[in-house]
Design a protein around this ligand. Structure first.
Ligand SMILES: [Zn+2]
Length: 258
């Protein structure tokens, strides 16, 4: 079953690539995929997730131009996330599993879109917030208690980022990050919500320092190299921390108290 869910994830991942590339471009999600360089329409055997990329050595069979690593990475990441969600929530029931599979897909799209365009489209983040509210109706226990915990979790997690956004007038982070944190808190509740925020800052700091120092250590000086004033999109760190908290029930507060 786990292998089937993984393969389903690969196939969904290949659809997510289409969503990421065509969203806001005026192109519909239907229609055959083609090579960006030569326009060659791809056959079914050139559209197999991950496999086609590896078999063709990352090149178009028509013109030999390079195919972006984004394709196999997004496909593989989605497959892995699907398998993780399924193995963690197998006993939680079909509706919650389906909900978290949709959430995982949505977060893959938001992450890659933010890395490419440095913006989180409202449509995606509002859908995330809506699914966070929806989760309250399917959690075990009293509905009223669940709804209350959901809303308090969302507001408590969004508040620190909202304050940072307000104080810096949007220079330190974007309002999209605040909305994303609201959705995270709806899913995670207060404790794990705040914990995932902390984790996101740590990850951001570690990766940020690494991006600045490693090229210096390697004595590589390139245009577009990272420095102290570079803007690093924050959403990918929020999303990775959210997934760690959701899938591993990870809480940094517990790490200090164990
Ligand atoms: Zn081509």
């Amino acid at each position: 079953m786990l292998i089937i869910v993984f393969i389903l994830g690969l196939i969904i991942g290949s659809f997510l690539n289409v969503v990421i590339l065509r969203y806001n471009t005026g192109r519909s999600l239907g229609g055959r995929s083609g090579c960006f360089s030569c326009g060659k329409v791809l056959h079914w055997y050139e559209l197999l997730p991950v496999i086609s990329f590896l078999v063709q050595g990352g090149k178009c069979r028509g013109c030999g131009s390079k195919v972006s690593w984004q394709y196999p990475l997004v496909e593989f990441a989605t497959g892995l996330l699907f398998a993780l969600v399924y193995s963690v929530f197998a006993s939680a029931g079909g509706i919650l599993i389906a909900l978290y599979l949709i959430v995982a897909s949505l977060l893959v799209v938001i992450t890659v879109y933010d890395l490419r365009h440095k913006i989180i489209p409202d449509l995606f983040v509002f859908l995330f917030i809506f699914l966070g509210l929806l989760q309250a109706f399917f959690l075990p226990g009293s509905l009223l208690v669940n709804i209350e915990a959901t809303i308090i979790g969302g507001l408590a997690t969004a508040l620190p980022l909202f304050l940072l956004w307000a104080v810096s007038r949007g220079r330190w982070l974007g309002f999209g990050d605040v909305k994303l944190a609201l959705g995270m808190g709806l899913f995670l509740g207060v404790r794990n919500g705040l914990s995932s925020l902390m984790l996101a800052f740590w990850l951001g700091a570690i990766i940020g320092v690494a991006l600045i120092t490693i090229p210096k250590l390697l004595k590589k000086k390139k245009k577009g190299a990272y420095h102290m004033k570079s803007e690093l999109p924050f959403a990918p760190f929020l999303i990775v921390s959210f997934l760690i908290s959701l899938l591993l029930n990870f809480n940094v507060i517990n790490v200090f108290l164990f």
